[in-house]
Write a protein that binds this ligand. Structure first.
Ligand code: SF4
Length: 536
């Protein structure tokens, strides 16, 4: 006999959400292992002392984590899922009958917090990973990936027309309030109170500082190339003005897009230590140093090597890292290899006499220096070159062959000497399999193939939240697993001594651990106990 299901719903008996959510539910584990109470302190300045209570910041960030784990693309979709799922209600701390926050509140809260809050949230989670022993800190890997913008190429118009339109618009709307909402007095001076004297120096110094992270990856339009004009200097999208045209490998047409730059730790857990999204037009090498210094400072690590592909191997990057005592394991582009003439590698530099020797054994003497480009030109005698049998392979110039040497070329020579050594080759091999899988994970599982938000501040916040989610996955897995025996605790925690920096008495990992012992949970307390045992 065919059964017919009657729809007959009775009021629920006295039930608690606590009983309805299974004990082994993922969100129970997440609640147990990830304490987000620190976010209240992060956003304290965003709230007034009185008024209607807001959505709890902890709930807001828990919702962002849920957005990541559920692979959702919008706050509206998120709140529909939350309303439907007991386990997520339990995770957020909302009872069955309690009204949930509206999705529009989440958007407003996100805008109110701003990018800096999301960056600090990400860095706090990195610190938690470090406390759990997941950050090694000895090796850092740099890479970048292309991400489509949430805008069509059809939305592109000439930049000058948009700038003219905006200028006209703001001239019409001119009022006594300046851009910061500060009311100006009759004499045009700001009526805002002056900062205290002890803050002034700091503020003045901060105001003069500008780096890729403080600009959220924004291009410096005032800095123009000598030999070329960037396409993005001429064209802009009306939908997402920060995105710039990009072409994927093998694609027959362009998209609008960004480039996400990442710093990944060389430890087994592959924790993402730094993220910066910049318009596609910003090449990989530009934000590298800012990301490196910030990572070293915020994560309190002192890497002994950094690794990146040839896009990072510029003289500026190599010299800055080598000067800091960090090995620059960066792939080098062969200078002039695309030309039919002898490359620079065919010429030998004689430091004592400050000249180059060419393949025919002739000298190229110092000719001129360019301070702005930080480069010295060496030139062979025109007459000798004209008479040389190798001239066809060397130069087509009638003035004689020229070779350029950067002021910091000695550091490039040092990196050239690394080539072929085991640590250098190993680092480059490791780079190929270290960062790319993280990009694939973010794109295939967490929707980073195309940004859902628009504008640099928002796409940076989106990328930071996804990277934070990826780190949380590793943190939760590590805390669930935990070291199984005392021997493993010791093996995981005691770092090997390094001889690379003789001035160091402890490695960066050890220093990091020492710094944070006060906040360690069970695993680290075990290590502290181990290290306190008298050695036999
Ligand atoms: S052309 Fe001039 S620089 Fe080149 S190999 Fe001959 S002598 Fe040397």
């Amino acid at each position: 006999m065919m059964g017919i299901k009657e729809r007959n719903f009775r009021p629920l008996p006295n039930l608690s959400l606590e009983e309805l959510v299974p004990q082994d539910n993922f969100y129970r584990h997440l609640e147990k292992t990830l304490d987000l109470s620190f976010v209240r302190e992060l956003v304290n300045d965003c709230y007034a002392a009185g008024g209607r209570p807001s959505v709890d910041p902890v709930v807001f960030f828990k919702l962002q984590i849920v957005l990541f784990f559920e692979g959702l693309r919008s706050e509206r979709q998120l709140m529909t899922v939350v309303a439907d799922r007991l386990s997520i209600r339990w995770y957020l701390g909302y009872d069955l009958t309690e009204p949930l926050p509206d999705h529009s509140s989440l958007t407003r809260i996100r805008d109110r917090y701003g990018l800096e809050t999301f960056r600090r949230f990400f860095e706090e989670l990195v610190e938690m990973c470090a406390e759990a022993g997941l950050v090694w800190g000895e090796e850092l890997y740099f890479d970048a990936t292309k991400i489509d913008a949430n805008a069509s190429l059809e939305s592109i118009v000439p930049r000058f027309s948009v700038e003219q339109h905006l200028q006209k618009l703001f001239e019409e709307q001119e009022d006594p309030q300046d851009a910061d909402g500060v009311v100006s007095g009759a004499d045009g001076k700001s009526m805002e109170h002056l900062p205290a004297s002890n803050e002034e120096t700091l503020k003045a110094r901060n105001a003069t500082q500008s780096n890729w992270i403080s600009r959220a990856g924004r291009q410096q339009r005032e800095v123009k190339g000598v030999w070329y004009r960037r396409t993005a200097d001429l064209l802009v999208s009306k939908t997402d003005p920060d995105a710039s045209p990009m072409k994927r490998k093998g694609a027959d047409h362009s998209h609008l897009g960004y480039q996400a730059h990442c710093v990944v730790d060389g430890g087994k857990s592959r924790i993402i230590l730094g993220v910066l999204v910049a318009p596609f037009e910003v090449t990989e090498n530009k934000p590298m140093l800012d990301l490196l210094w910030r990572t070293a400072f915020r994560c309190k690590v002192r890497p002994h090597q950094v690794t990146g592909d040839s896009a990072y191997g510029t003289v500026e990057n190599i010299a800055a890292t080598e000067k800091m005592g960090i090995h620059a394991y960066l792939a080098l582009k062969g200078a002039g290899q695309g030309r039919p003439f002898f490359g620079k590698d065919e010429f030998t530099y004689d430091a004592e006499r400050d000249l180059y020797l060419c393949p025919a054994g002739e000298s190229l003497r110092r000719h001129s220096a360019h301070a702005a480009r930080r480069v010295v030109k060496y030139r062979a005698d025109a007459g000798i070159c004209e008479a040389c049998s190798l001239k066809a392979k060397c130069t087509s110039s009638r003035k004689g062959r020229e070779v350029l040497r950067y002021f910091d070329e000695e550091y490039v020579d040092r990196v050239k000497a690394y080539r072929g050594t085991f640590p250098y080759e190993k680092a480059l091999r490791k780079r190929r399999v270290w960062v790319e899988p993280l990009f694939a994970e973010a794109k295939d599982w967490h929707g980073l193939r195309r940004f859902r938000l628009r504008g640099l501040e928002k796409v940076n916040a989106e990328a930071l939240l996804i990277a934070a989610g990826q780190n949380v996955k590793r943190l939760v897995a590590a805390r669930k697993r935990g070291p199984k025996s005392w021997a493993q605790v010791a093996a995981l925690r005691i770092p090997a001594r390094t001889t690379r920096h003789p001035s160091d008495h402890i490695t960066s990992h050890c220093r990091l651990s020492c710094h944070r012992w006060g906040r360690f949970s069970t695993g680290c307390q075990s290590f502290t106990l181990l290290t306190e045992l008298p050695s036999k």
